[in-house]
Design a protein around this ligand. Structure first.
Ligand SMILES: [Zn+2]
Length: 410
């Protein structure tokens, strides 16, 4: 059994494009790029430039740094280095969710089950909203899950700021009746895993963790973005903060999870990306990374039975750094091989290589570990009350069923 523990099928309509690109490349470039992308589809463009300047912060140093620093993976330099992949990546996002799922299935023939992680970017960028609501994205995901008969097991995106319905109640409904088998968190979109000033945000997170731990032997898994070198982050203005990118990116720091795990030591958690591509490329070359999140993540997976990490968006096996990567990875995870998962991070990783090459790269380079990561480790991580009880019940109550070979996996 091969399981892709971390992939995505949301399309451009699920992303507030102008806000996201403005946060990454600055307002002027971001707005124009968003217009270009939405024009490609004959779509809409929201917000006005004036509103942007009022509500968001710009960090020129971060924008400049992101253009020249090779460890940054969300920048012009990275795009220039992968210029041949960029149009293919853009094309996928311009298609719709069913198309993206089909293409992913087609391009990864060795994979049996996919775990697409939703994104809720509704609260990340002031004045910029996705073309479709998060609830519409959720409905499409539920329908695609039902049609896939057990081969698609999605994670529900939780944002403690979402409303008007209580975010924890929404998450419970998603897990118990809408086909979702875990929770996805993305703190750089504007909240910390713990220690938020807003008591409502803090309370929603604590109740979520409590819910995920409520059945001690069947914990609901959470996958959280845990990388500094790649990803997206809010640009909402914070009084007194000039380095806005650093400020929000630090919300993903592993140290927050040490605090959460003190309160909820059983929490089943995947600290996704293992620090990230930029960090692992530096390590593979024998260089010191600018930030080191690998060691604190290792500490957490060592100290807590239910904490994992994943190698998603790690397209390094397809590059000439493959052997270096293998050496530093094997050395680091020695004795912890059962705590490492593998995800393609499709279609974000289309910026690095094709999906087929991503899988082949890992299978060839790491063979035994590859089978462990996509097999028994993934099953151990996904085994929960959601997969054993709610997921089968979701099919039954919708007059459908899971294909024979995917039943009783958990
Ligand atoms: Zn991802």
């Amino acid at each position: 059994m091969r399981i892709d523990c971390h992939c995505h099928i949301f399309d451009n309509d699920c992303v507030p494009l102008s806000g996201m690109l403005a946060s990454r490349f600055g307002v002027a470039v971001g707005k124009r790029a968003a217009k270009l992308i939405s024009d490609l589809k004959g779509g809409r463009l929201d917000g006005s430039l004036r509103d942007y300047f009022r509500e968001v912060s710009i960090d020129p140093g971060a924008v400049l740094n992101s253009m020249i620093d090779p460890q940054e993976k969300d920048n012009f330099l990275f795009i220039l280095k992968h210029l041949s992949n960029f149009p293919a990546f853009l094309k996928i996002g311009a298609m719709d969710m069913p198309w993206i799922l089909n293409r992913m299935k087609h391009d990864s023939p060795g994979v049996d089950i996919w775990v697409p992680l939703m994104m809720d970017m509704t609260h990340a960028y002031p004045g910029s909203q996705p073309a479709i609501s998060f609830e519409t994205q959720r409905e499409v995901m539920t329908r695609l899950t039902l049609e896939a008969k057990g081969r698609v097991m999605p994670f529900f995106a939780f944002d403690p700021r979402s409303g008007p319905a209580d975010p924890v109640e929404k998450a419970k409904t998603a897990i118990e009746t809408q086909g979702f088998v875990g929770i996805k968190l993305y703190p750089p979109l504007g909240y910390k895993p713990v220690g938020n000033d807003d008591p409502k945000v803090e309370d929603a997170l604590m109740r979520l963790y409590r819910y995920c731990c409520s059945n001690e032997n069947n914990l609901i898994p959470i996958t959280v973005h845990c990388s500094w070198s790649a990803g997206v982050y809010s640009n909402e203005h914070v009084p007194g903060v000039t380095h806005i990118k650093t400020y929000y990116r630090n919300f993903a720091r592993p140290s927050y999870w040490r605090n959460v795990l003190q309160k909820f030591p059983k929490l089943k958690l995947n600290l996704a990306h293992f620090g990230g591509l930029g960090e692992w490329e530096a390590l593979s070359k024998g260089n010191a990374p600018r930030e080191n999140w690998v060691e604190p993540i290792l500490g957490l997976i060592k100290d807590h039975d239910n904490v994992y990490t994943d190698l998603s968006y790690h397209g390094i096996p397809t590059t000439d750094l493959a052997e270096g990567y293998k050496r530093v990875l094997i050395e680091r995870i020695n004795g912890l091989e059962h705590k490492v998962l593998l995800g393609s991070d499709w279609y974000m990783s289309r910026m690095q290589c094709t999906l087929d090459d991503y899988w082949k790269g890992f299978e060839t380079l790491l063979s035994d570990l590859f089978y462990k990561m996509t097999g028994e480790n993934a099953i151990a991580f996904l085994k929960s009350e959601a997969t054993t009880k709610f997921f089968p019940r979701f099919f039954y109550s919708n007059q459908s069923m899971i294909l024979d070979q995917y039943q009783n996996l958990f």
